[in-house]
Design a protein around this ligand. Structure first.
Ligand SMILES: Cc1cc2nc3c(=O)[nH]c(=O)nc-3n(C[C@H](O)[C@H](O)[C@H](O)COP(=O)(O)O)c2cc1C
Ligand code: SF4
Length: 447
């Protein structure tokens, strides 16, 4: 069992953990008072950069570096958009923070706005989280009454307003520029980048988009220091100049076929096996695991043989996955058919494509129809290659789409077919013994 004292989840379990009095009794807002009492915004930004904090929302981009993209000596309006859309399937680590410790989230947002000179923050919250909305709204009211929000906070000269914007829960609203469009009152169709939001974002102004958990980490960096943050995780790989390391604590989720689904905090770099066995209570019903989705369905699949790779920003990539993603894992036991995994993921991404880019709009549809045909017992071995052809051609990585939704659609297909081809071929042969080897054109299947 990992020897680790939770920090992000330290308040969870206390009675009324969402209330200001409880948060303050545990030391809450002391860091804000200290920082506003004498630390400069540049020093906060420098600490975040030195800590090596990387975004917890999925892409793992360096937070301090992103903040530095705000144009130099810019004195106009700057916005902070807090990504609480949490739309990645299987993901619920932002939810626990917002529902059970909203003040931890707010303190992180206030410190981050101070560091980036943002005077307005929007929390973009999915509408399926009504309790999080209620708790955050109440916490904002308490914060304002205590003088932690509004004009001239704690006499520091720094002013900030935080608004909650509730989304209508489309996956693409979590993509940072789709989110910005949605706050502006438009359909959440992602924008072509550049310009990046830090230069031209919400209402055309420089905008930082960060995830809830990323910003919650900022308070702890300022409270406990950069060295504390960097004492956890996986250091950068000197042989890989593109790996800046994976530091700090992370909330991991675990669901699917385990005995104890839930959320758990551990340093980045624990392994899938540790997460399943030490936290998740092992695979359910005494079965073995077949595979696990490392961090949201868009990241792909790890086979059981890959469970000892670290869950940090590079570990899952070494196994061909898209990345660590959100760190919320879904475990599939040995009896679970991979064709069903493929079907669920293709249905999801086809439904969620915003339709702007032809490869994504048409590719996700074709992929779904091929998988439906295989599942309905009319599949051909050739269909697996057609699926791979589609998956290899859609997304930002092959350079054919505006946003990463298409990469997220492609990765489960690539991983399922490349890692479980034998099982899928066997399924096709069993269910379509007369036609599995056919290369003749075949009709699609609607359902
Ligand atoms: C289709 C799609 C959906 C996304 N959904 C989310 C989401 O629900 N929450 C989130 O924080 N980031 C999401 N992201 C990543 C955001 O675009 C952005 O990288 C992130 O909010 C930046 O914050 P971070 O650097 O703190 O992780 C999504 C990206 C894509 C392509
Ligand atoms: S990749 Fe898909 S979701 Fe993203 S902008 Fe293009 S069509 Fe829309």
């Amino acid at each position: 069992m990992i020897d680790y004292q939770p920090v992000l989840l330290a308040n969870i379990g206390k009675k009324d953990s969402h209330a200001l009095a409880v948060y303050e009794a545990g030391g809450g807002y002391r860091t804000l008072k200290k920082v506003l009492g004498g630390t400069s915004p540049a020093d906060v930004a420098a600490a975040v950069r030195a800590s090596g904090l990387r975004g917890r929302g999925g892409a793992g981009f360096a937070t301090g570096l992103k903040w530095s993209f705000i144009p130099d000596r810019y004195s106009g309006q700057i916005y902070m958009c807090v990504n609480a859309d949490e739309s990645e399937p299987g993901t619920f680590c932002n939810r626990v923070l917002m529902e059970l410790d909203p003040h931890q989230v707010l303190e992180g947002i206030i410190l981050s706005c101070f560091a980036t000179a943002a005077d307005t923050a929007y929390i973009y919250l999915r509408c399926e989280y009504p309790l999080a909305y209620k708790r955050l709204q109440a916490a904002i009211g308490e914060c304002r009454a205590a003088g932690y929000l509004g004009e001239n906070i704690l006499g520091s000269g720094f002013s900030l307003e935080i608004h909650i914007h509730r989304g209508a829960a489309a996956y693409v609203c979590g993509e940072e520029t789709g989110l910005i469009e949605s706050i502006e009152g438009k359909r959440a169709c992602p924008r072509i980048k550049p310009p990046f939001p830090a230069v031209e974002g919400l209402f055309g102004k420089p905008t930082i988009v960060n995830n809830i958990e990323t910003l919650a980490c900022v308070t702890h960096i300022m409270t406990r220091g950069v060295d504390w943050f960097r004492s956890m995780g996986t250091p950068s790989d000197p042989k890989n100049p593109r790996d800046p390391g994976s530091y700090g604590p992370k909330i991991f989720g675990i669901s699917g076929h385990v005995n104890k689904p839930g959320y758990y905090e551990a340093p980045l770099g624990i392994t899938t096996r540790e997460l399943i066995n030490d936290f998740g209570g092992g695979v359910w019903k005494g079965r073995r695991a077949k595979a696990a989705v490392p961090g949201g369905i868009s990241t792909g699949l790890l086979t059981e043989a890959e469970f000892d790779l670290p869950l940090d920003f590079t570990g899952p990539i070494k196994a061909g996955c898209l990345g660590l993603g959100t760190g919320c894992m879904v475990v599939l036991d040995e009896t679970y058919p991979i064709i069903d995994f493929l079907h669920n993921s293709c249905r999801f991404f086809n439904h969620e494509s915003c339709g702007q880019c032809t490869p994504c709009r048409e590719g996700t549809r074709w992929a779904l129809e091929l998988v439906q045909r295989i599942r309905a017992g009319r599949g051909r071995i050739l269909d697996l290659d057609l699926l791979l052809e589609i998956a290899d051609g859609i997304g930002i990585i092959p350079g054919t789409t505006i946003c990463g939704l298409a990469d997220g659609a492609a990765w489960p297909i690539k991983m399922a077919i490349r890692k479980f081809r034998d099982e899928l071929e066997e399924y096709i042969k069993q269910t379509n013994p007369d036609g599995y080897a056919s290369t003749e054109p075949a009709l699609a299947t609607a359902q």
